[in-house]
Design a protein around this ligand. Structure first.
Ligand code: PHE
Length: 473
């Protein structure tokens, strides 16, 4: 089976595909909003430390397990433990989690696609109306957009690893970098943009508290696509000659660079729209920022570059986010598809259709969670609040299970697979790795404080989310 396993054609292809997974809505919107509200440069600094000191070693753990086992996450946990029951459970979590995250990420991707289509069609003025978003997310036209987005995902994934995922990443990622740079240059040349740059880069450490630290770490973890079995799966498609630690570093670097650049695009845009803005007062969430605040800013550009100019900027922005979202959702959807192919010997296309149908059902349930269906909009009730189906999925899989999966992979590589094997696997294709300080740091951190931190986050989240008890924060 593993003899004819599909593979990425080149190391660059692998890095771009993994970076495509990592670079997503989290970097382009979540990070700038987090930085704007939580101390600018101070948040940035903390985020960068978390990416390199905590998330990078976890990413290396995931990639090395995948490459060693040459299997999907469930197959990897099972084959490397002689089918131990409790590790199989960890394997199951690593394929259910990405599927469920795809369920909510799909809905946001569909909204982005809708906004892209609308701005291309010249309807930016309607998008800038604060009422529009509320009615847009309740309109059945979403299902048409969903069909198109799913079609794009299918087209990419049916091509397989090299002809599908890698090819798409090689086109979409450079296009994304290019558009991002152009948009940053454009925004920085607006009036008052420098006030935003200052706000973004000058650290305000007084804003940092337990909650902000927790938020920055969760953001970094999600942003690097960890805890979702993705890096295990992508790792299973690379050969033992390529330098894995080096590739992981490149992915972390690209991911951080894109988040940083997104801040340089969004904060100055906010200030040039209104120089008196106090971004820490922005009550908006990432969703509010993306779908109500930013369209207003784009429309305001018509005073200087005309309506068509403003529409072009808005369309490029939504296209940029759409590319980022598509490469992420492709990576996440590949996980359950790979599991069906590996575990059930299913053909790629059949696995895609089966998982696709399931995604349509659950994706629709979360798409109608915003008023279209009363049942799914007030699906359940806990910790003193009504929760929609969409909220429930985010609470369980994004907030709760992701750190748990991170904890499990750390314990797995160090205490089950063992340090020496883990290090040896990472040294394949990177001989010097095993003798350097970095390997020592990775082994130490993955065996000690990283799982402890992830476990604390997990326990704290469970207490806060489901029992309304605040332990830390
Ligand atoms: N890394 C993505 C982001 O920052 C998160 C993600 C990856 C979401 C893969 C879904 C699938 O948005």
């Amino acid at each position: 089976m593993s003899g004819n396993r599909e593979q990425f054609g080149s190391r660059l292809g692998f890095v771009l595909a993994a970076a495509g997974s990592a670079v997503g809505i989290g970097n382009l919107v979540g990070f700038p909003v987090g930085a704007a509200k939580n101390g600018g440069g101070a948040f940035l600094l903390m985020y960068a430390i978390f990416v390199f000191a905590i998330c990078l070693p976890v990413m290396m753990a995931e990639m090395s397990v995948g490459r060693f086992a040459k299997k999907d996450p469930l197959g990897a946990y099972s084959s490397m433990t002689g089918n131990a029951k409790h590790w199989k459970l960890a394997g199951w979590l690593s394929i259910i989690t990405p599927f469920m995250i795809a369920v909510f990420y799909l809905v946001i991707t569909v909204w982005i696609f809708g906004y892209l289509v609308q701005s291309v069609m010249g309807n930016l003025d309607a998008l800038a109306n604060p009422e529009t978003f509320g009615s847009f997310i309740q309109s059945p036209v979403l299902f048409a957009y969903m069909a198109i987005v799913l079609g794009v995902i299918y087209l990419i994934l049916q091509g397989g690893v090299k002809e599908g995922i890698e090819k798409a990443a090689k086109v979409l990622m450079p296009a994304l970098f290019f558009m991002l740079v152009l948009l940053v240059i454009f925004v920085l040349t607006r009036d008052n943009a420098m006030a935003g740059v200052k706000y973004y880069l000058i650290p305000d450490f007084s804003k940092i508290n337990g909650n902000v630290i927790n938020g920055a770490l969760s953001q970094a973890f999600f942003s690097l696509s960890l805890g979702m079995g993705i890096m295990i799966t992508y790792g299973s498609y690379i050969d033992s000659r390529s330098d894995l630690p080096g590739s992981a570093k490149m992915v972390a670097l690209m991911d951080t660079a894109v988040a940083f650049a997104a801040g340089l695009m969004i904060l100055p845009a906010i200030f040039s729209f209104n120089p008196d803005t106090d971004p820490s007062q922005l009550s908006e969430s990432s969703i509010g920022m993306l779908f109500t605040f930013l369209p207003k800013i784009f429309l305001a550009l018509q005073a200087s570059i005309g309506y068509i100019g403003a529409s072009i900027v808005a369309s490029s922005f939504f296209l940029l986010i759409f590319f980022a979202a598509i490469t992420s959702i492709v990576s996440i959807f590949e996980v359950p598809v790979a599991a069906l192919m590996d575990e059930k010997n299913m053909k790629r296309k059949k696995a895609l259709v089966l998982m696709g149908v399931l995604l349509v059902v659950l994706g629709s349930m979360s798409a109608v969670s915003f008023g279209m269906s009363d049942f799914f909009s007030a699906f359940t009730h806990y910790a003193g609040a009504d929760k929609s189906f969409f909220d429930l999925v985010i609470d369980i899989f994004y907030d709760t299970i992701l750190p748990l999966n991170g904890f499990l992979i750390c314990i797995f590589v160090i205490y089950r697979w063992k340090k020496a094997n883990f290090s040896a696997a990472l040294s394949e294709g990177a001989q010097e790795y095993g003798n350097g300080w970095f390997a020592k740091y990775v082994n130490f951190s993955v065996g000690t404080f990283i799982p402890v931190i992830l476990l604390v986050i997990f326990i704290n989240t469970v207490a806060a989310k489901y029992f309304g008890v605040t332990l830390i924060g």
